[in-house]
Design a protein around this ligand. Structure first.
Ligand SMILES: Nc1ncnc2c1ncn2[C@@H]1O[C@H](COP(=O)(O)OP(=O)(O)OP(=O)(O)O)[C@@H](O)[C@H]1O
Ligand SMILES: [Mg+2]
Length: 352
């Protein structure tokens, strides 16, 4: 498969701050890849270097196999959408969307046709004559999307494009962006710090932490098989139980905790005798007869499709359990329960 974009050993410093550190990343043709990470982890800096709005201190960036080092932003075949609508306020929607085509010397009639098509695609076919201020926030963001795509760039960069919108509108536009991505077969590099948004939209997610990628993979891989404790904690809800490593073999391990002896997938760096944490998702914890863990239910919360139980284990740690509401209840508040999970559903990480 061909890669649209490749970053190799890319680094960017701002004085003492290493914003992006020895970054390797490739985007496959037609892929929707999301950079997910906490504030300040280097996501925007990465996008700016790809766009040509910042220069890397080291490393190479290639677009469709050719280095972009000497290409100014407007010569890179890239469309961009930012968090805050960057429409020209004095131009109509139609002229805003036509602008990149004018810059590229596309003929008037061809431009009209492409603009109409782009406005149709984002669901605003009748809004061409309005000014940006006559549109809602969500509509303005759709115009920004139409403008970024109208000249059919090889690559679309989006930096928190839905960050300023309310939840309902955000969810609606997430689906629209996905649809546009699929219909156009466009490659997308997307930035968000919202893990749900990343899970919903992406073919693959790169989890950023302090200028580095902790793990890159499909949403399922990151959720079910996190490679680091940071990834396990950043995506989805997780219980962490700490203890000492008893044994490691064949990618599995056994961890002795004050609450019981636990089985889990092993990750790199686990040493027998050293401290480790076991991460397990609340929905992976099940009632079990030959149970590893015993505890007392201290809270039951009805969530509609599921029930959430807070269980206090015998050493005082809390473990959250999520069971479908149509399943028999785990127990009432105050009752004793025995819990377990399939070893493949938990992951152990080295501490420190
Ligand atoms: N122009 C700049 N000058 C100095 N430092 C900067 C500059 N831009 C970014 N930084 C620093 O580089 C690091 C990475 O910033 P970046 O904007 O890439 O983070 P981010 O992952 O996009 O965060 P957010 O989710 O808050 O947008 C941060 O420590 C930030 O303070
Ligand atoms: Mg940012």
């Amino acid at each position: 498969m061909t890669n649209v974009l490749e970053l190799s050993g890319v680094q960017k410093r701002y004085d003492a701050v290493v914003a992006v550190d020895a970054l390797d990343l490739s985007l496959r043709s037609g892929e929707f890849l999301t950079l997910l990470g906490p504030s300040g982890s280097g996501k925007t800096t990465t996008l700016m270097m790809v766009a040509g709005l910042q220069q890397p201190d080291a490393g190479t960036i290639t677009l469709n196999g050719a280095s972009v080092a000497k290409l100014p932003p407007y010569r890179r075949d890239i469309g961009m959408v930012f968090q805050h609508y960057a429409l020209f306020p004095h131009m109509t929607v139609r002229r805003n969307v036509a602008f990149p085509l004018e810059m590229r010397g596309v003929s008037k009639t061809e431009a009209l046709r492409l603009v109409d098509e782009a406005l149709q695609l984002v669901g605003l076919p009748d809004h061409g004559d309005r000014l940006p201020k006559q549109l809602s926030g969500g509509q303005q963001q759709r115009v920004a999307l139409a403008r970024a795509m109208v000249y059919r760039p090889a690559l679309l960069l989006m930096d928190e494009p839905l960050g300023a919108l309310d939840r309902k509108l955000r969810e609606q536009l997430q689906l629209e962006i996905k649809r546009v991505h699929q219909e156009r077969g466009i490659s997308v590099l997307y930035v968000t710090h919202d893990q749900e948004e990343a899970l919903t939209m992406s073919d693959r997610i790169a989890v950023f932490n302090q200028g580095r990628i902790e793990q890159i993979g499909s949403p399922e891989e990151l959720y079910d098989r996190p490679a680091t404790r940071f990834v396990a904690g950043f995506i989805g809800d997780t219980n962490f139980l700490s203890g000492k490593v008893l044994a490691v073999s064949d990618g599995r391990c056994e961890i002795e905790t004050p609450a019981g002896r636990l089985q889990a997938r092993a990750t790199q760096g686990l040493l027998v005798g050293a401290s480790a944490s076991v991460a397990v998702r609340p929905e992976r914890v099940v009632p079990a007869a030959s149970a590893a863990l015993r505890g007392t239910i201290t809270d039951v919360i009805f969530l509609g499709t599921s029930r959430k139980y807070v269980v206090r284990l015998k050493d005082g740690t809390e473990c959250v359990v999520l069971r479908p509401a149509n399943e028999a209840a785990l127990g009432a508040r105050g009752s004793e329960v025995e819990l377990g999970w399939a070893p493949a559903h938990a992951t152990a990480f080295r501490d420190g």
